[in-house]
Write a protein that binds this ligand. Structure first.
Ligand SMILES: [Zn+2]
Length: 226
C-alpha cells in the first residue's frame, strides 16, 4: 500500500502530547498502524519531547519534585493508555468483532470500540457510529458512500480527519486511497466525490466534540428533509 496523504507534523506532535480529542486521536491511530513513515516521524517527536524533559532536569527542584513528577507521568500514562493501545487492552476479551459492518476487517486500533448499525443518512450514504470506551461522548463515524456519490461542499468549524479504509474519493486537493489520511482545516471548503470504481468506507472525526453535531447536521442536511 502506497500512502500519499499523511498526518501533518502538527497533528503528530499533538498526538504525541496526548492533545488530540479522542475521535481524531483514533483516526490518527488507524493511520499510524498502516503508515511506517508517520510512525517514524511520531517516534522523532516523542524523542524530542523526552529530550526537552531531560533538559529541564538541572533546574533546582523541591525535595519532593521527583515523586511529584513521577505521579504526573504515571497519571498521564494512565490517561493515554486507552487511546494509544486499545487493541492490547481488549484483545483477549473476545468481545470485539473481527469484522466491521459490511464485512471489512476491523483496524487494530479500533478493536475495543463498539460499532452501531449502518444507518441510511442520504442517497448512497450510510453511517455507523463508533463508540469509544475512553470517551462515550466522542463522535467517531464510519461513512460508507456509494460509487460516484458526491458529498455536499462543506466547511468545518474544526479540523476534519478522514482515514480511507476501502475504496477512494477525490476532492479539489487530491485523490485519497486506502491508508491515506485527509486533514481538512476549518478554513477549507471541499467537496469529496467518491471515485466511480466502487463504494468508499472511511473513518471520520471532527475536532471539537461539541461542534460535531453541528457538522454532522450540515453534512446530512442536503440529503434529507427533517
Ligand atoms: Zn502517514
Amino acid at each position: 500500500m502506497t500512502i500519499h496523504h499523511h498526518a501533518t507534523d502538527e497533528t503528530l506532535m499533538r498526538y504525541a502530547a496526548g492533545d488530540l480529542d479522542a475521535g481524531p486521536a483514533r483516526v490518527v491511530a488507524v493511520h499510524l498502524a498502516g503508515c511506517p513513515a508517520c510512525s517514524a516521524r511520531l517516534a522523532q517527536f516523542e524523542a524530542v519531547g523526552g529530550a526537552v524533559l531531560e533538559q529541564m532536569e538541572p533546574v533546582p527542584m523541591a525535595p519532593d519534585a521527583f515523586a511529584a513528577a513521577l505521579g504526573i507521568i504515571e497519571a498521564e500514562e494512565a490517561g493515554r493508555a486507552a487511546p494509544r493501545k486499545p487493541a492490547a487492552a481488549r484483545s483477549s476479551s473476545g468481545r470485539a468483532p473481527s469484522l466491521l459492518p459490511g464485512g471489512i476487517p476491523i483496524p487494530a486500533p479500533l478493536a475495543d470500540c463498539e460499532f452501531g448499525p449502518w444507518r441510511w443518512i442520504g442517497i448512497g450514504v450510510r453511517a455507523s457510529a463508533v463508540r469509544l470506551p475512553e470517551d462515550p461522548e466522542a463522535r467517531l463515524t464510519l461513512l460508507r458512500v456509494g460509487p460516484g456519490r458526491k458529498l455536499p461542499e462543506h466547511g468545518h468549524v474544526g479540523t476534519e480527519f478522514t482515514q480511507v479504509l476501502v475504496g477512494s474519493f477525490s476532492d479539489g486537493y487530491g485523490r485519497y486511497l486506502p491508508g491515506d489520511l485527509s486533514e481538512m482545516g476549518h478554513e477549507i471548503e471541499h467537496q469529496p466525490i467518491v471515485d466511480p470504481e466502487g463504494e468508499c468506507i472511511c473513518l471520520a472525526a471532527l475536532e471539537g466534540g461539541m461542534r460535531l453535531t453541528g457538522f454532522f447536521g450540515r453534512l446530512i442536511q442536503p440529503f434529507i428533509k427533517l
